[in-house]
Write a protein that binds this ligand. Sequence first.
Ligand SMILES: [Zn+2]
Length: 223
Amino acid sequence: MAAEQVRLLVVHGGHEFETNQFLQVFRDNTNVTFEVAQHPAAHARWQAEPAKEWDVLVLYDFWQEIGDEAKADLVARLKEGKGLVVLHHALANYQKWPEFERIVGGKFYLEKQTVNNVEKPQSTYKHDVEFTVRIANNQHPVTQGLTNFVIHDEVYGGFDVSSQTHALLTTEEPASGKTIAWAKTYEAARVVYIQLGHDHLAYENPSFRRLVANAIRWVAKRD
Ligand SMILES: [Zn+2]
């Protein structure tokens, strides 16, 4: 029923991608409706009134500039219990806003940085890797219906994963960090990060689609 569909706000900007094939993931999901917002206009959609139009924020952006109002709006929406799904390169967003790392539960370092007196090297990426993804927790709602799978995608290395996260997917691929998807909470919100999703070879992978659909349903508290 239409009334039960989860309403998404899909945010992009700052990074090229195969737009049509990416959005097809959401067009093909009959459990959602979606609107697309592109930076720099996207932040305005996080304000209280416009946010009444969406239940779950899907971040597929690659963006650094954020003002105090947008920071406060995002935190306020999460305190209200809106859901958040963060995909792929959005792990590198807002490098200079530490709360974003706390929200997402991880960070991709665009340049080397010293954090708490620890030198963090620049994170890495490698395109066109065919690798096996393992289900780390088959009891979690986000991994329901999934078994270990092979995907052709970009991998990241040297990124941080918070101890406040629950691992959903791992890989032994040497060019990749071990944990590549996780679930957590932030204030009243449920949050899922999925590192997969560089291009159509990921978008069209049935396991990727199942993951994204499960993540949306879980963060929307429809499970
Ligand atoms: Zn990518």
